[in-house]
Design a binder for this molecule. Structure first.
Ligand SMILES: Nc1nc2c(ncn2[C@@H]2O[C@H](COP(=O)(O)OP(=O)(O)O)[C@@H](O)[C@H]2O)c(=O)[nH]1
Ligand SMILES: [Mg+2]
Length: 311
């Protein structure tokens, strides 16, 4: 993304994390409002981190780091505390802030998108299609959520809007067959990026994981190197629950990257820190709204600043 629009994106990220209706950053902004460093403020900081679903492990680590520096008189005012916290959070997020690089050596570069129902898979696929077609790439979408008729319609709208091609079958079709056909069609039409949607809910979790494994396997039959990226889409509002989902999907299909959605207005955005620390999986993109442009690459320093700096 050009520097200019990336800057605009982070201004909006900050704005949306700050949303008065329970946004994560609003609590931090109030906390850092002109006060002295004392036991009470650290206590309050701890409470807010836990409320934001940062989790006990990361909260403890952050607080211990700050307490040590306070004891050594390295932080003498609230501004220094705020800056230290921002730097610590940046350092924690940095290792997972790895953008997705489309390897042009694979044609099509194949992205398999997984996640529970409602997490934002299809929307994120639409946003990705918008991004990549704008970059001049030829994009194809595979309507692999054949479970609901509405799902095929929804991805079709995104394909039209973004100018991506669409491969779909009737609802109830085998999603592995859709993926297989799509990969072959993509190859013969010279597509650069193929993005395959999947269902998020089946009769049972075991069923879903089995189906996803099959889609993965079948893609590998059409191209031994595919899929090149397995993107897991997680809804930040799920908080600690998102961590459990990630472990399940990772065990089943081997996740290579994450998309964290709905960071706009969530009170649980602290889960990003827990995910970074505990999963160590690359965070590729974040979603901050329903529109095509409410989407961008994950940047550790920008995210930490949006979280901590307040108004
Ligand atoms: N506010 C907000 N809504 C989102 C975001 N991403 C997706 N949604 C909405 O979440 C709902 C479910 O998204 P969808 O893509 O259909 O989820 P799927 O079932 O995983 O494919 C839709 O109403 C989307 O518009 C986001 O980043 N922010
Ligand atoms: Mg969907």
């Amino acid at each position: 993304m050009p520097a200019e629009s990336q800057g605009g994106f982070f201004a909006r990220l900050k704005d949306r994390l700050m949303k008065p209706q329970g946004g994560l950053a609003s609590g931090f902004a109030r906390l850092f409002g002109a006060r002295r460093i004392d036991a009470e403020i650290l206590e309050e900081l701890e409470t807010r981190l836990l409320q934001a679903d940062v989790g006990v492990a990361v909260t403890t680590e952050l607080l211990e780091g700050l307490r040590k520096r306070i004891a050594r008189h390295q932080l003498d005012d609230i501004e220094a505390l705020r800056q230290a916290l921002r730097e610590d959070i940046t350092a924690l997020l940095q290792p997972v802030a790895k953008p997705l690089v489309i390897d042009r050596g694979h044609k099509p570069y194949t992205i398999l998108v997984v996640g529970v129902n409602g997490s934002g898979k299809t929307t994120s696929i639409g946003k990705l299609a918008t991004r990549y077609t704008r970059d001049g790439l030829k994009v194809m979408l595979a309507a692999g959520d054949t479970f609901r008729a509405a799902a095929v319609e929804q991805i079709g709208i995104w394909a039209d809007r973004s100018g991506a091609e669409l491969i779909a079958q009737q609802s109830g079709a085998d999603p592995a067959a859709v993926a297989f056909d799509a990969l072959n069609a993509a190859r013969s039409r010279g597509v650069d990026v193929l993005i395959a949607d999947t269902a998020g809910r089946l009769q049972a979790q075991a069923h879903l994981m089995e189906e996803l494994r099959k889609v993965r396997r079948v893609l590998g039959k059409a191209d031994a190197t595919a899929p090149h990226e397995v993107l897991l889409v997680l809804d930040a509002n799920q908080g600690q629950n998102a961590l459990a989902q990630a472990k399940q999907f990772h065990d089943a299909v081997g996740v290579t990257g994450l998309v964290l959605t709905k960071l706009d207005g969530t009170a649980k955005g602290g889960i990003v820190l827990a995910i970074a620390k505990q999963l160590g999986l690359p965070i590729r993109f974040i979603g901050i709204g329903e529109g095509a442009d409410d989407f961008g690459e994950f940047d550790a320093a920008a995210f930490a600043a949006a979280l901590i700096d307040g108004e």
